[in-house]
Design a protein around this ligand. Structure first.
Ligand SMILES: CC(C)(COP(=O)(O)OP(=O)(O)OC[C@H]1O[C@@H](n2cnc3c(N)ncnc32)[C@H](O)[C@@H]1OP(=O)(O)O)[C@@H](O)C(=O)NCCC(=O)NCCS
Length: 148
């Protein structure tokens, strides 16, 4: 079964919203339609033949850095390597375009995501206390895209 990584379009909105709600609950971070309209946002999806969109990433590009706003994989497609391949693709693209660093915030309790980011080479930069609505801290993690 073939899979492609491509830029999201307005036709993907329903699929993106469903994955967002599955991944983050009933109150998503922001409207996907807004993300698609932002000139500084890059929204990429994994589109699998006969299954449709199974994962997405929203990344903001600010100055020479990329901030991962959201990454999520459909419940029935987790642990198949989609998030890792998608992030690898997004980082290769960003590196080729001259971006130097990727930043993200993650809940320390999100063991799956923290494990994924560490496996990809992210290191912990700092901790933002009581960052989330429920009082949980955020780990700020960073990955350098350039050597030296
Ligand atoms: C975190 C998330 C995006 C991972 O997506 P995924 O497509 O299942 O991840 P991958 O299959 O690419 O995983 C790659 C590696 O990450 C690690 N990993 C991923 N999910 C994990 C989990 N639940 N527990 C432990 N390790 C995990 C593993 O090392 C995995 O490799 P392996 O399967 O060979 O052991 C997915 O679980 C998700 O959508 N969660 C809800 C939304 C979310 O929390 N997003 C991140 C915060 S923005």
């Amino acid at each position: 079964m073939s899979a492609v990584i491509r830029a999201a379009s307005i036709e993907d909105l329903a699929a993106l919203s469903q994955i967002e709600v599955e991944g983050f609950g009933a109150q998503p971070h922001s409207s996907m339609a807004d993300e698609l309209a932002r000139s500084w946002a890059r929204v990429l999806v994994v589109d699998v033949e006969a299954r449709g969109v199974v994962a997405y990433v929203v990344a903001w590009r600010v100055a020479d850095e990329v901030e991962i706003i959201q990454v999520a994989t459909r419940n029935d497609a987790r642990r198949e390597g989609h998030a890792r391949r998608l992030l690898d693709h997004a980082f290769e693209e960003a590196r080729a375009q001259g971006f130097v660093r990727v930043l993200l915030e993650v809940r320390p309790s999100n063991v799956g995501a923290v494990t994924l980011y560490r496996a990809m080479g992210f290191t912990e930069l700092s901790r933002r206390e009581r960052y989330y609505d429920d009082g949980e801290d955020a780990l700020v993690m960073a990955l350098r895209l350039t050597r030296g």
